[in-house]
Design a protein around this ligand. Structure first.
Ligand code: ZN
Length: 215
């Protein structure tokens, strides 16, 4: 199985894909956030440094993040991995290209799960949750609509919308993503490594397409 670099806008279903690869296929999931949190939790020298940087509201610099990925990749050795949210910028992608060469880990594919902005937008702003049992619904998609408007199918309690699930917060996240992803997508396309998967498909279809790409 190939290693995977996952690139996707908000609400494209990155979480579902990662979960499948980890649980069904034994991939190791590597994200910047997890690696940093781990260092902090274990109270390492880097962790202490990272906590200071985070507490002061700044971004953790590449000279801390990139070596962390390197040592993690060395640690997991030949197990397949997914990189999630890494690279975020072009210089990080270039670093990874060199690193994969160095580690002889060139059997990888860059999977870009993407859909029209409108679909992603609806996935987020259409979300509703049951205040009682936490079941989730979506008022824009037939198969996720509650049977009665604004009422949970399972427990008949009221549905609510989360504060963050609004157009403004979606737009910001989406636009930040597009700005960063553009150069990455271009970079990996040029290298012939980019595989784009339609995020508007069902979860099963997405997984099926991904399986074709990683075999
Ligand atoms: Zn409910």
């Amino acid at each position: 199985m190939k290693n995977v670099i996952l690139i996707a806008p908000p609400a494209a279903g990155k979480g579902t894909v990662s979960k499948y690869l980890v649980e069904e296929l034994g991939y190791t999931h590597l994200s910047t956030g997890d690696l940093l949190r781990n260092e902090i939790k274990n109270g390492t020298k880097i962790g202490i440094q990272v906590k200071e940087i985070m507490d002061s509201g700044q971004f953790t610099p590449d000279n801390i993040i990139l070596p962390l990925f390197k040592s993690e990749l060395l640690r997991i050795k030949d197990k397949p991995f997914i990189l999630d949210g890494m690279p975020r910028k072009l210089n990080q992608a270039e670093y990874l290209t060199d690193l994969f060469n160095e580690l002889n880990a060139n059997n990888y594919v860059v999977i870009n799960i993407d859909a029209e902005r409108e679909i992603l937008e609806r996935r987020i702003i259409g979300r509703r949750y049951c205040i009682n049992c936490g079941s989730s619904y979506n008022v824009y998609f037939e198969s996720f609509m509650p049977k009665k408007e604004n009422i949970c199918d399972k427990c008949e309690k009221e549905l609510i919308q989360r504060e963050d699930d609004n157009l403004e917060s979606f737009s910001k996240r989406y636009e930040d993503y597009v700005r960063e992803a553009e150069s990455l997508i271009h970079y990996y396309k040029e290298k012939g490594l980019l595989k784009t998967i339609d995020a508007s498909l069902s979860n099963n279809e997405i997984i099926e397409n991904i399986l074709k790409e990683i075999k």
